[in-house]
Ligand binder design. Structure first.
Ligand code: UTP
Length: 296
């Protein structure tokens, strides 16, 4: 059953798949991964890394494709930039440049040579992982809330080692953009899923709960992915692997608190820039006045 206890589970590693084509964001993503697109002044991937680090994760594994350099360089030290800022005594900027990588965190890069789907991307991280559960963060799903989404999953899992997925209630017409869960059981706000379907038509959707880009996965997911047939869109789908585990043992689905922005879409990305801009210490007030002028 789902509730197989394992004491003192700690999630040590997170996988960040950043090898997608990002085709909905061309031309911005022609030479840059979409995870490097900034929300105000910080790239999406940095929000994701901070969320994982806040949840106690110390090993960050990137699954990169072409264009991996921008991400590697971002989390590396930038000697010339730092020397220049130091010589000009720009201390605040120097502090920002140096604090991109959280303290005590290790970065590992693995390569997905062609974009064969999210399930395949995660399989590429296998050699970098120990035989223990790990988190997956899709940084283009930006979740703004008091507690980070990865921490919410860890808290809700309360030491169970089965898979845990982030969920959001969606409108029926949005079902074709999500993996949708079939509900076996409700536990307060959360559910145990008994199946999952990738991008169903509204009339075929088994519920209104869509999977968003945060997961805790058991190591055995690799064996499941390795044995999957190719799924929808000719890709190896993570949803299909999770569906196998859901049908077998159940998968815990956690209704995430906070506001989610689908930054893989232009509208979601624009909304995120406005919401984060309004809270930004430098531009918040001026942006608010500007927006008030636009609608007034
Ligand atoms: P998306 O479904 O958003 O696809 O991937 P995409 O290719 O990035 O974007 P579009 O649809 O072409 O605009 C979800 C996540 O999975 C990663 C992406 O980088 C993104 O974080 N991914 C997807 C991979 O790493 N490899 C893949 O083969 C597919």
């Amino acid at each position: 059953a789902y509730l197989r206890e394992k004491k003192n589970k700690k999630i040590n590693a997170a996988v960040f798949p950043v090898a997608g084509l990002g085709s909905r964001f061309l031309p911005a993503t022609k030479a840059t991964p979409k995870e490097m697109l900034p929300i105000v002044d910080k790239p999406l991937i940095q929000y994701g890394i901070e969320e994982a680090a806040d949840a106690g994760i110390t090993k960050m594994i990137f699954v990169t494709g072409r264009n991996k350099r921008a991400i590697e360089d971002h989390f590396d030290s930038a000697y010339e930039l730092e020397a220049e800022l130091a010589s000009k005594d720009k201390r605040d900027l120097l502090r920002i440049a140096r604090s991109v990588a959280p303290k005590g965190v290790e970065f590992v890069y693995v390569r997905q040579s062609s974009a064969l789907g999210l399930g395949h991307a995660i399989l590429c991280a296998k050699p970098a992982l120990a035989d223990e559960p790990f988190a997956v963060v899709l940084a283009d799903d930006l979740i703004k809330g008091d507690t980070g989404a990865v921490q919410q999953l860890i808290t809700a899992s309360s030491n169970n080692e089965g898979p845990v997925i982030g969920l959001e209630a969606i409108e029926p017409h949005q079902s074709r953009a999500y993996g949708i869960v079939e509900i076996r059981e409700r536990i307060g706000e959360n559910v145990i899923a008994s199946n999952m379907v990738e991008k169903p038509n509204p009339e075929d959707a088994p519920s209104n709960l869509g999977v968003v880009g945060r997961y805790l996965l058991p190591y055995e997911i690799f064996e499941v992915i390795e044995n999957l047939p190719t799924g929808s869109g000719g890709e190896i789908q993570l949803t299909d692997a999770l569906a196998v585990l859901a049908r077998r043992d159940g998968v815990l689905g956690v209704s995430l608190q906070g506001q989610r922005f689908d930054c893989g879409s232009k509208l979601g990305y624009a909304k995120a820039n406005i919401e984060y801009g309004l809270e930004h210490s430098e531009i918040g007030n001026n942006l608010r006045a500007y927006l008030a002028g636009l609608v007034g």
